[in-house]
Design a protein around this ligand. Structure first.
Ligand SMILES: [Zn+2]
Ligand SMILES: [Zn+2]
Length: 208
């Protein structure tokens, strides 16, 4: 299957929102719509894409504040790990209150219970639980693409000093990612993407 990825950098924290789409069927997943951005809307419109679902790598405000808009616009559900789901319902927990926007989400959502394989339209997704940055952080593997949220960046890892962080779990989470194939392309929640081989070389946190 031919899977395309389009990245949009959105919001004040320069968060990466990804559209993952299959150009023939137009089926599309929206990963981490941090903010409603008309650039995303326009791309969907111009390419005539059909969003099927929203996936969240975790519950921080800079990854979720577009979910109400995209969920309403396309009548689609938001997949979120059950441990980060409470953050969608609480503007203090998701930190949006700190930024003066008090975002909460009223659904619909589908809870990810653990490590599981999912099928959404033509997409096969493998959910990898990677607690550390937050309790319910996940990495999403679709074909040879890994959406790593704020768990893994090309040359660093996510913060672990939030109340919702689990620093004691991060090493185990990173070890899971370090076992993934070198050919996988890592698409993080912030900054650039790279092949796993490059990430393993550049990122000392994966050499554990
Ligand atoms: Zn985060
Ligand atoms: Zn972030």
């Amino acid at each position: 299957m031919d899977i395309h990825v389009k990245k949009f950098v959105v919001g004040p924290l320069s968060t990466n929102c990804y559209l993952v789409y299959e150009p023939l069927s137009k089926d599309t997943l929206i990963i981490d719509p941090g903010f409603h951005d008309t650039k995303i809307d326009r791309f969907i419109e111009v390419k005539n894409l059909r969003p099927l679902a929203i996936f969240l790598t975790h519950g921080h405000f800079d990854h979720i504040m577009g979910i109400q808009h995209y969920s309403n616009s396309y009548k689609i559900s938001v997949y979120v790990h059950k441990f980060d789901h409470p953050m969608l319902l609480d503007s203090i927990a998701n930190h949006s209150a700190l930024f003066g926007t008090s975002f909460i989400f009223s659904g619909p959502e589908i809870l990810i219970e653990g490590e599981e394989s999912l099928r959404v339209g033509p997409f096969k997704l493998i959910i990898i639980e990677t607690p550390g940055h937050t309790k319910g952080s996940i990495c999403i593997l679709i074909d040879n693409l890994l959406f790593s949220g704020d768990t893994l960046f090309v040359d660093s890892i996510g913060r672990m000093d939030f109340p919702e962080s689990l620093p004691e779990k991060m090493e185990e989470s990173l070890q899971k990612l370090a076992k993934l194939d070198d050919k996988i392309i890592v698409h993080p929640g912030h900054m650039g993407s790279a092949k796993m081989a490059v990430v393993k070389e550049k990122n000392s946190f994966l050499r554990i």
